[in-house]
Design a protein around this ligand. Sequence first.
Ligand SMILES: *[C@@H]1O[C@H](CO)[C@@H](O)[C@H](O)[C@H]1NC(C)=O
Ligand SMILES: *[C@@H]1O[C@H](CO)[C@@H](O)[C@H](O)[C@H]1NC(C)=O
Ligand SMILES: *[C@@H]1O[C@H](CO)[C@@H](O)[C@H](O)[C@H]1NC(C)=O
Ligand SMILES: *[C@@H]1O[C@H](CO)[C@@H](O)[C@H](O)[C@H]1NC(C)=O
Ligand SMILES: *[C@@H]1O[C@H](CO)[C@@H](O)[C@H](O)[C@H]1NC(C)=O
Length: 365
Amino acid sequence: MSKKMSAFLHQRPLYSSSPESYDLSPRSRQDHQKTSSSAAFLSRGPALVLLLLSLLVILGVVFPYVQSPNSLIFFTSRSSDSKWRSYTLSEAAAYVAKNNSLIVCAVSEAYLSFLNNWLISIARQKHHDKVLVIAEDYATLFKVNERWPGHAVLVPPALEAAAAHKFGSQGFFNFTARRPQHLLQILELGYNVMYNDVDMVWLADPFPYFEGEHDVYFMDDMAYVKPLNHSHDLPPPGKKGRTYICSCLIYLRPTVGAKLLMNKWIEELKDQPWSRAKKANDQPAFNWALNKTAGQVDVYLLPQKAFPTGGLYFRNKTWARETEGMHVIIHNNYIIGFEKKTKRFRDYGLWLVDEYAIESPLGNL
Ligand SMILES: *[C@@H]1O[C@H](CO)[C@@H](O)[C@H](O)[C@H]1NC(C)=O
Ligand SMILES: *[C@@H]1O[C@H](CO)[C@@H](O)[C@H](O)[C@H]1NC(C)=O
Ligand SMILES: *[C@@H]1O[C@H](CO)[C@@H](O)[C@H](O)[C@H]1NC(C)=O
Ligand SMILES: *[C@@H]1O[C@H](CO)[C@@H](O)[C@H](O)[C@H]1NC(C)=O
Ligand SMILES: *[C@@H]1O[C@H](CO)[C@@H](O)[C@H](O)[C@H]1NC(C)=O
């Protein structure tokens, strides 16, 4: 039972792991070094003090015109960057969509290596052409579009990097809470859309699995083994009164039902806002939305053998061996720590960026 409980704690680990251990401190270390070396510099003599003072004056003259880091980027980068600033989601969707379908992810700069890893695996299935990266910061927007023009869009406002990375923080909650809004907008524009977290790797083409004409397709995040022929209905609620469907992989058709579900998800996120005690992410709200729209939305649970949670694939070697050849998308969750996540992908031969970056539309980042 305690095993199960801890498994629950580890759901949606792209963030539960990475941001916590992602080291944001190098910058503060650098700042510290800068201050101590300028202190040494000062002690060397009045000429140097003068030089430093004049530098400060120049900075004082220039600085008022540079009001934010964004305008700094604007001044220092090529003019094409300003074009991407005004690139809208509807323009991007129209440019990227193939056969009226899009594959989207939402990433910030810290996850670029995961983005690239995921892209390589998609390129191998020849579906990369319809990938649209929803950039959460300007650095990501510019970097992706510089190498792969038109494939990244930023829906303002860009989020504060430091806030967005701390799992369980309000900034992180705000970051993920925008996902159903982006998806709803894409549905309103009339596209089929698949959302993926970028700590995933495709081993096969998932599209043949989106069979029938259902509104929404998703995978279970529960790690217990199900029969190979399990039902495609919404599973019964778990201990918390709700299901544990993963908000990490969602395929939607532009139907009334799918839009209703996204609207309910947005509503649930508002009704259960972030609190210090709960430290919510967007997954419970998605599950409550599924619960409350049951009967109105035509749902389809993807087969576990093809779309296993990381809690099963990486933790039950017997199961992984028994189902070998059936896996379609692997999710690197149920693990804490950016480094551990990378190492686990390496151990399983799923960290493709080291050797195969050339296969990514972004190349070597
Ligand atoms: C285009 O989409 C339709 C339905 O969404 C699908 O049946 C068809 O196979 C797709 N064609 C290609 C070339 O992907
Ligand atoms: C998160 O969103 C709420 C509500 O929109 C806002 O009041 C709050 O300042 C935001 N917090 C962070 C850290 O982004
Ligand atoms: C799965 O197969 C078993 C054994 O053949 C059968 O009893 C069961 O009803 C099947 N379940 C579903 C959901 O089809
Ligand atoms: C919705 O949640 C309630 C409370 O946990 C539960 O009793 C009910 O069976 C759920 N409905 C569905 C369709 O899962
Ligand atoms: C691991 O998988 C095997 C084979 O599917 C299954 O029999 C076993 O119960 C699983 N172990 C756990 C701890 O879930």
